[in-house]
Design a protein around this ligand. Structure first.
Ligand code: URA
Length: 368
C-alpha cells in the first residue's frame, strides 16, 4: 500500500508511521504531520518543522507561527478554520534547508494531504512550498503577489512569515499578501462562474498563471478521443505525466494517445509493470509509478535509461515523484467529477508543452 491509497488523514498519518524514508527521521523528535480543519477551504503549506514544532508535533507554533496567527487574524480567520502542513514533515537538523532527496521522499504525503483536504485555495509560504506546488524553480519574491491555478485549485504564493522576523519591512509585504488571499477566498464565496477572469485585486495587477487548460469529457470514449488527439499532436521526445486516482481514466487517455500515434497493438493498464513499450512509428513508453516507494528506485532501475530518443513517454502517477520528473513536460491531472464525467487539467511545463496544449484545446488534430 502507498500513501496514495489512504482514504483519510488519520490513515495517511498511520501510513507515515515513525518515518525513516529519509535521514531527517533519524534526528527529528517526531513527524509533524499537520493541523487544522480536515475540510478547510484554505490550506497553508510551509517548509518544515523548526525546533518548537519538532518538540510539540504541530506546525507553526514558534515565533513564525505566532506571526502567522496574527496574519490569519488580520483576515478574520483562526488556525482552527484552516489546515497547516509542511513540505517536509521532520525537522531538518539546525533548521537547514531540506535537501532535494528529502523533499522527494516526503512530498507524496503532502500531495495526498492536499487531495484529501481538497482545499479551494492553497497558500504556499516561502520558496520550498511554492516551488513544489507550482513545479517551478523561480523564487518567492518573483512569484508572490500573483494568483496561479494548478489542477483546478487556486494557489497564492506568500512570503514566509519568518522573513518578517529577520527583516521588519517584510511585515507589510505579508499583510498585503494576506489581504490578497482574503480577496481570492471571497471571490470563491461569490456565485461567479469559475471561468470569470481573475480580478486585478486578486492578481496584484498581473495575470500570470501557469499555462493551464481544462477539458471535460462525459464518457470513456470521449476521454480516449482527447488522448487520440493528444497522441496525433505529439512529437518525438514528448513527455506526458498523468495523475489522478484509480479509475480516473489515465489508462483510457493513454490508449487514446497510442491510437493517435498510430499504434495498433492493444495498450493494457500497466498494473504490475513499471514500463510497457509499444513499438510504432514513434515508440510509446508507458510508465506506471504506482508501486514505487521512493524516488531513488527510479535511479536504481534506470527507468529513464530505457527510453530511446524519438519516443513519446506517458508516465502514470507522475505526481508521486514530481522532483524526479523531467523538467519539460506536460502534466495531465484527471479527476472524477461524476460517474462518467472526467475533468482533465493540462499543466504545461515548458514551451513545447504549452504549444501542445494550445493546439489540443484549439481542436487542432493532424490526423482527423
Ligand atoms: N516554518 C515552517 O516552514 N514550518 C513550520 O512548521 C514552522 C516554521
Amino acid at each position: 500500500m502507498s500513501g496514495a491509497d489512504c482514504q483519510d488523514l488519520p490513515s495517511l498519518r498511520d501510513h507515515i508511521g515513525e518515518c525513516r524514508r529519509c535521514p531527517l527521521g533519524e534526528t527529528a523528535t517526531q513527524v509533524v504531520f499537520g493541523v487544522g480543519d480536515p475540510h478547510a477551504r484554505l490550506m497553508f503549506v510551509g517548509e518544515g518543522p523548526g525546533k518548537n514544532e519538532d518538540l510539540r508535533g504541530e506546525p507553526f507554533v514558534g515565533a513564525a507561527g505566532k506571526f502567522l496567527d496574527e496574519l490569519l487574524g488580520s483576515i478574520g480567520l483562526t488556525r482552527a478554520q484552516v489546515y497547516i502542513a509542511n513540505v517536509v514533515k521532520c525537522r531538518p537538523p539546525g533548521n537547514r534547508d531540506p535537501a532535494p532527496s528529502e523533499i522527494e521522499a516526503c512530498t507524496p504525503f503532502l500531495a495526498r494531504q492536499i487531495e484529501l483536504i481538497d482545499p479551494v485555495v492553497v497558500a504556499t509560504l516561502g520558496n520550498f512550498a511554492t516551488q513544489y506546488v507550482l513545479g517551478t524553480k523561480a523564487g518567492i519574491t518573483r512569484l508572490r503577489g500573483k494568483l496561479y491555478r494548478v489542477g483546478g485549485r487556486r494557489v497564492v504564493p506568500v512570503l514566509h512569515p519568518a522573513a518578517a522576523l529577520y527583516n521588519g519591512s517584510n511585515r507589510s509585504v505579508l499583510f498585503d499578501d494576506f489581504r490578497r488571499l482574503r480577496t481570492v477566498l471571497e471571490r470563491d464565496d461569490a456565485p461567479s462562474p469559475d471561468s470569470a477572469p481573475p480580478t486585478e485585486a486578486e492578481t496584484g495587477g498581473e495575470v500570470l498563471e501557469t499555462p493551464t487548460r481544462v477539458l471535460t469529457t462525459r464518457s470513456e470514449d470521449e476521454t480516449v478521443e482527447v488522448g487520440r488527439r493528444l497522441g496525433a499532436l505529439s512529437r518525438p521526445d514528448d513527455i506526458i505525466g498523468l495523475s489522478g486516482g484509480l479509475g480516473a481514466g489515465k489508462t483510457a487517455l493513454t490508449q487514446g494517445i497510442a491510437r493517435g500515434m498510430g499504434i495498433v497493438e492493444h495498450v493494457p493498464s500497466p498494473t504490475f509493470n513499471l514500463l510497457l513499450v509499444h513499438p510504432g512509428e514513434r515508440t510509446l513508453y508507458h510508465f506506471d509509478l504506482y508501486r514505487l516507494d521512493a524516488p531513488e528506485q527510479l535511479d536504481d532501475i534506470d527507468l529513464w535509461g530505457t527510453v530511446e530518443a524519438g519516443g513519446v513517454s506517458v508516465i502514470e502517477w507522475a505526481d508521486r515523484f514530481p522532483g524526479s520528473m523531467p523538467e519539460e513536460r506536460l502534466d495531465v491531472r484527471l479527476e472524477v467529477i461524476a460517474p462518467s464525467e472526467r475533468r482533465m487539467t493540462f499543466v504545461a511545463h515548458g514551451e513545447r508543452a504549452r504549444v501542445l496544449v494550445e493546439a489540443l484545446v484549439a481542436g487542432q488534430d493532424v490526423r482527423s
